[in-house]
Design a protein. Structure first.
Length: 163
């Protein structure tokens, strides 16, 4: 009887894994052109002839008027503007934006490149990605980008102060 129960559990687990994998495949959108850069962590892509706003998952760049805000936007633009990217949807936020990882034509993650280069924080409130955490630690240690500032203010604190 126990062996039969274990088989049922194993088959059920397999079905759940396959369904999850299929769901992830459905959430990946290939070859969308980046048509606008709103700021360092928000872009617009052309999806079936319509513009769609994409908020980068797991990262938070400095705000436009914040130190390094303009440089983060320029960095994002230099990597993504006008390029065809793959969008891996993770969620939708309260503003209706698609929250996603954006894969550049060279296969690199735009999200990770921002953190690696010191133009974004790993947004731990919404992400437990160990790679982003490690990239932030490395950028801090190397004093790259915003980490050159002796006391960088996280954008979530900056936004609270502005409001």
């Amino acid at each position: 009887m126990k062996m039969h129960s274990l088989r049922i559990v194993a088959v059920g687990a397999f079905i759940v894994l396959v369904a999850a994998a299929m769901g992830l495949l459905l959430l990946t959108r290939n070859s969308m052109r980046v048509v606008s850069i709103t700021d360092g962590d928000t872009i617009k892509v052309l999806n079936d002839g319509k513009q769609e706003t994409i908020r980068l998952h797991g990262v938070d760049c400095p705000e436009g008027r914040q130190p390094f805000g303009s440089r983060a936007k320029q960095f994002t633009s230099s990597l993504a503007f006008g390029k065809r990217v793959k969008v891996i949807v993770r969620d939708h936020d309260r503003y209706g934006r698609t929250v996603a990882e954006v894969i550049l034509p060279d296969g690199k993650s735009l999200n990770r490149e921002l953190v690696r280069s010191g133009f974004a924080w790993h947004f731990r409130r919404y992400s437990d990605d160990p790679v982003l955490a490690q990239l932030e630690t490395q950028a801090r240690a190397a004093r790259l980008g915003l980490w050159a500032d002796p006391d960088p203010i996280p954008p979530w604190d900056w936004r609270k102060h502005i409001r």
